[in-house]
Design a protein around this ligand. Structure first.
Ligand SMILES: Nc1ncnc2c1ncn2[C@@H]1O[C@H](COP(=O)(O)OP(=O)(O)OP(=O)(O)O)[C@@H](O)[C@H]1O
Length: 247
């Protein structure tokens, strides 16, 4: 159920420590249903950690995160997750179909049932990758692997899709395809999307909301508003990549 008092993503004074280091400090925001959030910040800013808090994989030392009014991690079936693909072991010996079916299960599928195969094929069709079903993961290009993981994230028709830098290592055209696919999924389902990106121009163009992070939340809101202020300068410390920051 989605309603304004049960936002898909709610962070309430969330702080996270790894040992002595505080990597997230007092993060609070609400993301409304149907929003497309771009999460930006320099390397090591805590972006992946924030996504892991939302998934319930990292527990804050203070504050809390709630998804649709329930504690993070309580309803994994409502969440689709695309991990950082640069960390994925490309030699993993599985077919695309098996990878997508694993999105319907809590464990790796030893035998794929017909209804699972049908759902996986549909999800692959929806991301323009029906022809990849029987291909093995080591044989995929970066863009194909990205589509396979996107199909895996969407196969259960989640209400919230979390993506950890899915465009890194993928060419520009494929990155535009990724946004198109996500926006189409949102139009069909009303789902909410939160995605880590390093491309501020794409964030400005596609996102309804942007969160500028560097341990603290330096800005949150519509891109035009946030980028007009000094949030980027405070988070990045300098405007070091003018081609990316020319938003
Ligand atoms: N499990 C962990 N144990 C200890 N330190 C960690 C752990 N995970 C992340 N960190 C540290 O927390 C900080 C934030 O890391 P995180 O991966 O969240 O940043 P990020 O913004 O996603 O970075 P990048 O853009 O480089 O992927 C970094 O200094 C990182 O080294």
């Amino acid at each position: 159920m989605t309603s304004p008092d049960r936002p898909p993503l709610h962070f309430h004074h969330v702080s996270v420590r790894f040992g002595e280091a505080e990597v997230l400090s007092d993060i609070s925001f609400d993301l409304c249903a149907g929003a497309f959030l771009a999460l930006v910040g320099p390397n090591g800013a805590g972006k992946s950690t924030l996504i892991k808090v939302a998934l319930g994989l990292v527990t804050p030392h203070s504050g809390h995160a709630a998804l649709f009014g329930a504690a993070a991690g309580r309803h994994p079936e409502r969440i689709g997750y695309v991990p950082q693909l640069k960390t994925f072991d490309r030699t993993f010996p599985a077919s695309v179909l098996e990878l997508v079916v694993s999105g319907l299960r809590r464990s790796w599928p030893a035998r794929v049932q017909k209804r699972e195969r049908d759902a996986a094929r549909l999800a692959l069709e929806q991301v323009g990758a029906g022809h990849l079903a029987l291909k093995h993961l080591p044989k995929l290009s970066g863009g194909e692997l990205q589509r396979a993981f996107l199909a895996r994230a969407l196969v259960r028709r989640p209400q919230l899709v979390l993506l950890d830098e899915p465009a890194t290592g993928v060419d520009f055209l494929a990155e535009h395809d990724l946004y198109d696919l996500l926006e189409r999924y949102q139009r069909e389902t009303g789902a909410t999307v939160a995605m880590i990106t390093h491309d501020l121009a794409a964030a400005r163009y596609h996102a309804t909301h942007v969160a500028v992070l560097n341990r603290r939340l330096h800005g949150f809101g519509p891109p035009a508003e946030v980028f007009a202020g000094d949030a980027l300068t405070r988070a990045f410390g300098h405007l070091g990549h003018p081609h990316k920051l020319a938003v």
